[in-house]
Design a protein around this ligand. Structure first.
Ligand code: HEM
Length: 237
């Protein structure tokens, strides 16, 4: 019997998806406004979040429900390590920090793993299916916006998945075949909405950094122009 969880998740998180797409940081990203320092902070947060998610999923490798969604070819921890070493250098571990919203996200993952592990499926769905869906577009934007030539986008590359569309179909089928009742399916959808909310909080937090960085850039370029202008005036006199 099918739980219909794949379409329940798609329909049940549609509104949250639209809201996430409309957060300033995400909108700026899509328009090619990506500031390296804000972006590497996001990669840093993702590092802790995916590490927690992948570690907790692994703990439940014999769980009758969670194990069915543990596709290790999706794992991002290693690719995030590569990207962090690109953005921060060899000693990235000493520099990378978890932001307050990232901390709450990680705590939630640890908490449900200990109390209601089947809710981990909601976190896997929210991040990995999103990564598989928009990944290639986001990779291109990041490369152009930050002038990346050799590295910094390993996160978007799924070396062990050759056909992303076919993989998503397989993932959705696995969701549908989970041996769960309606109440559990509803709780997973609810948790997926909470996961979207956690992502939004993180993006909003970075929005503050981004605005500050744009402000500094504008200020610097204006003061440079003014300084140039005054030299020009001085020369003219
Ligand atoms: C940058 C803005 C975004 C764009 C342009 C975007 C675009 C898309 C598109 C076109 C799909 C449909 C793919 C398909 O039908 O196979 C999709 C699916 C999805 N996206 Fe996004 N997305 C964005 C942001 C996000 C965010 C921030 C999240 C979560 C944190 C997310 C999570 C998902 C999920 C879970 C799906 C799978 C939906 C399903 O079929 O059940 N997306 N996205």
């Amino acid at each position: 019997m099918s739980s219909n969880l794949a379409s329940k998740l798609r329909v049940g998180t549609k509104k949250a998806h639209t809201m996430a797409e409309n957060v300033g940081f995400v909108k700026c990203f899509l328009k090619g406004v990506v500031e390296k320092n804000s972006y590497r902070k996001l990669v840093g947060n993702f590092y802790f979040i995916y590490s927690a998610m992948e570690e907790e999923m692994e703990k439940h490798q014999n769980h009758p429900i969670v194990s069915k969604i543990n596709f290790t070819e999706l794992n991002r921890k290693q690719t995030l390590e590569e990207d962090l070493s690109y953005y921060y250098g060899f000693n990235w571990r000493e520099q990378v920090q978890l932001s307050p919203s990232g901390e709450a996200y990680v705590q939630r993952i640890r908490e449900i793993s200990a109390t209601e592990p089947e809710l981990l499926i909601a976190h896997s769905y929210t991040r990995y299916l999103g990564d598989l869906s928009g990944g290639q577009i986001l990779k291109g934007i990041a490369q152009t916006a930050m002038n990346l030539t050799e590295g910094g986008t390993a996160f978007y590359e799924f070396a062990d998945i050759t056909d992303e569309k076919a993989f998503k179909a397989k993932y959705r089928q696995a969701l549908d075949e989970l041996p769960i009742d309606e109440a559990t399916a509803d709780r997973i959808v609810e948790e997926a909405n909470a996961a979207f909310g956690m992502n939004m909080k993180m993006f909003k937090e970075l929005e503050g950094n981004l605005i500050k960085a744009i402000g500094i850039m504008l200020y610097n370029s204006l003061t440079r122009k003014r300084a140039r202008g005054s030299t020009e005036l001085a020369t003219a006199e």
